[in-house]
Design a protein around this ligand. Structure first.
Ligand code: AMP
Length: 189
């Protein structure tokens, strides 16, 4: 099962992505986490990415693409994966689709966690990551709306988009996500 978790910062992509990955026995691949590891390791990619991340801007597409291809193509996780935070722009999505199509590895499902503006700001203000300051939070939500929301139409057009209400108890939202994916798996079987 190859799944993409989409949603604004604070929508719970990381939490639910990890749970879906555990349930399906596949790796949870978070580009935000991979980038934070690069920063912690002091790599060149980390040094380049850090200022973008601190501002709440997106890291340039070509850097992200080579990092993800590196993580997912050699070797390819045989049972699939849960992608969290990539693709985040239309150029990333189109480039990833080209590579995936050639390799027979296109996505089975895209889960979009939907949640209102005020709730996002409330959640992010409590989280306390270095890029979770008030101005950065508002900016990251703007960036999400401008650059990532267009992906919804793109994946809907491919017939693989599942919109999930992300408001409610964490376990309840996880159950909604897992149910949607069980239906996808049943349709494929
Ligand atoms: P996240 O942990 O998913 O919220 O990502 C944290 C930060 O990493 C984002 O605000 C971006 O600066 C950067 N980032 C993560 N994934 C991507 C991506 N696919 N494209 C560009 N920047 C990304």
């Amino acid at each position: 099962m190859r799944v993409l978790m989409l949603g604004a910062p604070g929508s719970g992509k990381g939490t639910h992505g990890a749970r879906v990955a555990a349930r399906h026995g596949v790796p949870h691949v978070s580009t935000g986490e991979l980038l934070r590891e690069q920063i912690a390791a002091g790599s060149e990619l980390g040094r380049i990415a850090q200022p973008y991340m601190e501002r709440g801007d997106l890291v340039p597409d070509h850097l992200i693409l080579s990092m993800v291809v590196d993580r997912l193509m050699n070797p390819v996780p045989a049972a699939g994966y849960v992608l969290d935070g990539f693709p985040r722009t239309l150029p990333q999505a189109k480039a990833a689709y080209e590579v995936a199509l050639a390799a027979g590895l296109t996505l089975d499902a895209v889960v979009c966690l939907e949640i209102g503006h005020d709730e996002l700001i409330r959640r992010l203000s409590r989280r306390g990551r270095v890029d979770d300051t008030t101005e950065t939070i508002v900016h990251r939500i703007d960036v999400y709306e401008a650059q990532t929301l267009p992906l919804l139409d793109y994946y809907d057009g491919r017939g693989i988009l599942h919109r999930i209400d992300a408001l409610g108890a964490v376990d309840e939202v996880t159950a909604r996500v897992l149910n949607a994916l069980d239906r996808v798996a049943a349709e494929r079987a």
